[in-house]
Ligand binder design. Sequence first.
Ligand code: G4P
Length: 193
Amino acid sequence: MNFLEERIVKDGVVKEGNVLKVDSFLNHQMDINLLDMMGAEYKKRFAGKNINKILTIEASGIGIAAIVARHFNCPVVFAKKSKSINLEGEMYTAQVESFTHKNVNNVIVAKKFLTPEDHVLIIDDFLANGCALQGLIQIVNAAGATVEGIGIAIEKGFQPGGRMIRNMGYQLESLAIVDGMDAATGGITFRPQ
Ligand code: G4P
């Protein structure tokens, strides 16, 4: 097991409905040393890629991306979720459906922060159905920028997002891939990496 898998086993809580709570160290209270180790690991996995910008999505991606960005020495842009759609023109927008929250958000990034010169690493905490990632990829493409890779903390391997993104040809690096969870026993099965 790697450091993130070990931490998930130690402090993650499996809930009914295939939900994994990691709010004591990843997406509510944040263990900055852990995020720093994640940044070092992404830096290794994306060695040789000329990344000059990190893109994430509010809310939980922001803290992780900010620490990861120290390892790439580049700025972070976070896509904002917005109900209003009257910002077109200055903004790149994509629609992101959340299966978990059963709603649709417009996701927006100001055009001035994403340009054809940008080589982007996309960072997020969870990959489940992949809707958030699809929206971010759409925005990068609209800007004429390049997706160099995608770094995820926890991929739910039994949901379709990971396969879909890999089939699109992107380098997707998930530090922990959960293939199964049992709320009764708290057991978690990781995909060997
Ligand atoms: P997707 O992002 O891959 O399309 O999946 P989905 O629509 O199912 O996920 C919706 C939200 O739920 C996402 O956060 C995602 O990070 C989160 N999520 C999915 N599965 C789990 C899980 O097992 N545990 C936890 N803790 N979160 C999960 P969001 O609501 O879009 O963003 P945020 O504001 O919470 O960052």
